[in-house]
Design a protein around this ligand. Structure first.
Ligand SMILES: [Zn+2]
Length: 348
């Protein structure tokens, strides 16, 4: 379908990072803000290789649709950041901008993976009181990875790479560091044999199996390099810390620095249900091998035990993995309606 002409805005965060918001005026519903994961960009919601992507779907259903490229976007300059920094700065600034521009009292959110977990840090800290409801894809405040990811995290792989002077990993080709990328590619090609794409193998090393191959069409698989790029090591390290802990907490700088920053040797937990009493739908792919589906079950159960359980819903989508719920060629038939349902239940 033909989308309305996009409006592109730059939003400066309080700590000086330029974010990008792209608006498609699909109608009077919403505004709905779409938040991508780490090492990708807002393009994950509008693949040119599938018949109907999520932005098509959102616009078709009458939504004023806002794509946020937050600081993890591969279309913004690479920077090192903790998820705390992104949570405290990016989402409050983006939501404020959307509200100021649209004059809406509140904003709906569809959030995915590391974008979702960072968004939930901001939400849990009470920084997003003007979010009306959330459709959450794959991960929120609890982390249960498959065994292979657990091993990588237990080995402190991120910290090891950081000590070696590696500041990011890239799923794409990397002309700036050809020797490193060549060695990295040889390792991943020896580890994975699911297909003959080096991009695909690097993605699997970085995030675990990110999609079911049978859910991607050939064109999407061939053009993965357009969607995936660099992910900085600090964010990997923060994610790994939370995986080891099993739940969301502020960045662990080590006991002495934690004491200075937080007043305690351990980084504080984000698990405070006070600001999470709003309608939230959790959606996991049944075959997710990046974060196991039990991850959203843990957050769902934790919230139901503390706030009004009527606020929360959870769906597990058969035959889908992690990001194919947006990138799959049949995702418009199998998955999108579950994200929409939450938005439709919370009109302005
Ligand atoms: Zn592949």
């Amino acid at each position: 379908m033909a989308l309305p002409t996009p409006e592109v805005y730059t939003v400066k965060t309080p700590d000086g990072v330029d974010l990008r918001l792209t608006r498609y005026r699909g109608g009077n519903k919403g505004p709905a803000m779409l938040v991508h994961g780490a090492g990708v960009w807002s393009g994950m919601f509008m693949l040119p290789t599938i018949d109907e992507h999520f932005v098509d779907y959102s616009v078709k259903n009458g939504y004023d649709t806002w794509l946020l490229d937050w600081r993890a976007s591969i279309k913004l300059p690479l920077r090192q950041f903790t998820m705390d920094e992104a949570a405290a700065n990016d989402f409050p600034a983006a939501v404020r901008f959307i509200r100021d521009t649209t004059r809406a009292n509140s904003v709906q959110a569809v959030v995915h993976c590391a974008g979702s977990s960072t968004f939930f840090l901001a939400l849990a800290d009470g920084l997003l009181p003007d979010i009306r409801c959330v459709s959450c894809s794959q991960i929120a405040l609890h982390y249960q990875p498959p065994k292979t990811t657990e091993v990588k995290c237990a080995l402190h792989l991120g910290e090891t790479l950081e000590r070696m002077g590696v500041s990011y990993l890239s799923a794409d080709e990397d002309p700036d560091h050809p020797d490193f990328q060549k060695a990295f590619t040889e390792i991943v090609n020896s580890l994975y044999h699911q297909c003959d794409s080096a991009v695909c193998h690097r993605i699997t090393f970085m995030y675990g199996e990110l999609y079911r191959h049978e859910q991607l069409n050939a064109a999407t698989h061939q053009r993965l390099a357009e969607q995936f790029g660099k992910c900085n090591i600090t964010t990997f390290c923060h994610l790994a810390q939370m995986v080891r802990r099993g739940e969301a907490a502020k960045f662990d700088y080590g006991a002495a620095e934690n004491q200075k920053r937080y007043g305690s040797p351990e980084p504080p937990s984000y698990l405070n249900p006070q600001h999470l009493a709003l309608p939230i739908t959790f959606i996991s792919g049944a075959l997710n091998q990046t974060f196991l589906p039990v991850s959203t079950e843990l957050t769902y159960n934790w919230l139901c035990a503390r706030n009004d359980p009527k606020l929360y819903r959870r769906h597990v989508v058969p035959n889908y993995g992690h990001i194919d719920g947006f990138m799959g060629f049949r995702a418009n038939q199998d998955v999108y309606s579950l994200f929409l349902e939450q938005l439709e239940n919370c009109p302005a």
